[in-house]
Design a protein around this ligand. Structure first.
Ligand code: NAP
Length: 488
């Protein structure tokens, strides 16, 4: 890749240290980032280039220790890094910064806003004022893009006043995950699934994003957000879109984003009239996760709160392909395991020739399931009914055809940020959210939040280390279905 400039505003923060810089190091090791590229970290603290490099060295120590190729490359990578002190909220220091960054006007310039959204508008205006917002410039923004439709609009307008939509890259890192991209490959690279991909053959879809972590030191921040805004509005809805969208005409960014947008606009509205039946929100209490005792959410926060740390929703895409097929979504903190997966459950066979489960002469035939595991153990499993080997009757059992990414493709699974950062430099927006997608997602989310607030019900408590409140189990079980559990 031709040398480029990448500026991380918030270059000393958690996102920069834990995700962005390790991702850039990996791309450097693989030869995608060449000499001459400049990577700047910007924050308010005063520190030298050398001091920042040493912090980054510490942040990548584990990955360097695990791979000799990375260890060998660290010094050369650190030589690309520079630190500049700048208060993004002020007007001072920008001219000197602009003079330095602006000295290579023909390069691609990426400004990564790894800072809170309250700074986005000011940064856009300053970049414009100092002449750094030209055609070669790209800006990357992270969630949260607002906390509702109105605040998202304010942010998007501020960015839109300075930048063309093609210059704005809204990251949802789930879209950079290999398994998420593989969903598109599975659906549209094989003739097998697409004819079956509709209400006639699919009984329901489950999307789970489960975390074991709690809110720890970020309780005050999280309390203003909650699981609906923090996870459903972006990650879960993006996954739902990729499962439910019509085949795009090509892999062109707008072809895919147009189809995703249609899904968001076809979601059955949930609000005052039906939120109580179609949604469950929960909040964790003290419990044990992975054998370790953990405090409850309110203990961590230190005050009363109705913010949800768990949400489950029965969604529906109201179009010809999906009418009547429930999409059960669930996400939460302090659940039993860290796991994200999409489960597509097909309809049962119309008639069993293997005996009648009702009279005990056979076990029931389980429906086929396609399970796309996003983390951990990325891979795809197709659950099929098989005959249990051996003499005697036809005993049937559900068995998974297992395509483990690690076993099949070997090697390291690149982190989503590696792909996404390089896509920004290349100017490929396919895996980023367009403004109208963000708007449509908030448009669906806002009335759910309003309905919850109007109801004055508290979130349902659940014990840390479980699978959320029992009402989330009831949400799916009253339809005669269950949450998928890997039966191995
Ligand atoms: P963080 O750890 O609090 O870091 C914030 C960074 O911004 C620090 O480097 C801070 O340094 C700098 N900063 C703050 N105010 C500044 C100002 N006025 N001028 C210049 N620099 C300033 O936050 P984070 O976790 O990295 O998250 C950053 C943003 O990404 C947030 O909006 C967050 O919601 C979002 N995000 C984070 C993650 C994640 O994994 N961490 C994931 C998704 C989205 P100084 O205080 O020294 O200036």
């Amino acid at each position: 890749m031709a040398p480029f400039d990448l500026v991380i505003f918030g270059g000393t923060g958690d996102l920069a240290m834990r995700k962005l810089l390790p991702a850039l190091l990996h791309r450097f090791v693989d030869g995608q980032i060449g000499p001459g590229t400049r990577i700047y970290g910007v924050a308010r603290d005063s520190r030298s280039d050398e001091a920042w490099r040493e912090r980054v060295r510490e942040a990548v120590a584990d990955i360097a220790a695990a791979d000799p190729r990375v260890a060998e490359a660290v010094d050369a990578f650190l030589a690309l890094l520079h630190y500049r002190q700048l208060d993004l909220a002020s007007e001072e220091s920008w001219p000197a910064f602009a003079a330095e960054i602006g000295n290579s006007p023909d390069r691609v310039r990426v400004f990564y806003l790894a800072v809170g959204p309250s700074l986005f508008a000011n940064v856009a205006d300053r970049l414009d004022a100092v002449g750094l917002a030209g055609a070669g410039t790209r800006v990357v923004v992270e969630k949260p893009i607002g906390k509702d439709s109105a605040s998202a609009q304010v942010i998007n307008e501020a960015l839109g006043r300075v930048f063309d939509e093609s210059q704005v890259f809204r990251i949802d890192h789930y879209l950079g995950k290999e398994t998420v991209q593989n969903l598109t490959a599975l659906r549209f690279g094989n003739a097998l699934f697409e004819p079956l991909w509709k209400a006639e053959h699919i009984d329901h879809v489950q999307i789970t994003v489960a975390e074991t972590v709690g809110v720890e030191g970020r309780a005050a921040y999280y309390d203003r957000s909650g699981a609906l805004r923090d996870m459903v509005q972006n990650h879960l809805l993006q996954l739902l879109c990729l499962v439910a969208m019509e085949p795009p005409a090509s892999l062109a960014a707008d072809a895919i984003r147009d189809e995703k947008l249609k899904v968001l606009r076809a979601l059955r509205p949930i609000g005052n009239g039906n939120a109580a039946q179609l949604t469950v929100r929960g909040q964790y209490r003290a419990g044990a996760v992975e054998g370790r005792a953990v405090p409850g959410y309110l203990d961590e926060l230190g005050e009363p709160s109705n913010t949800e740390t768990f949400v489950s929703i029965k969604a529906e895409v109201q179009n010809w392909r999906w009418a009547g097929v429930p999409f059960y979504l669930r996400t939460g903190k302090r659940l039993a395991e860290r796991m994200s997966e999409i489960v597509v459950t097909f309809r049962r066979v119309p008639h069993s020739i293997f005996g009648d489960p009702a009279d005990g002469s056979a076990s029931p035939l389980a429906p086929n399931k396609l399970v796309i595991r996003l983390q951990p153990d990325e891979g795809v499993k197709l659950w099929l009914m098989n005959k249990v080997p051996g003499p005697g009757g036809m005993r049937m059992r559900e068995v998974a055809m297992d395509l483990s990414f690690a076993e099949t493709f070997g090697g390291r699974q690149p982190d989503a940020y590696e792909r996404l950062l390089m896509d920004v430099v290349r100017g490929n927006p396919m895996l980023f959210m367009r403004r109208d997608e963000v708007d449509a997602a908030w448009h669906w989310i806002d009335p759910i939040r309003v309905a919850w607030e109007a109801s004055h019900d508290a979130p349902k408590p659940y014990t840390a280390g479980g699978w959320g409140p029992s009402a989330a189990v009831a949400l799916i079980e009253r339809d005669g279905r269950t949450w998928h559990e890997d039966a191995q």
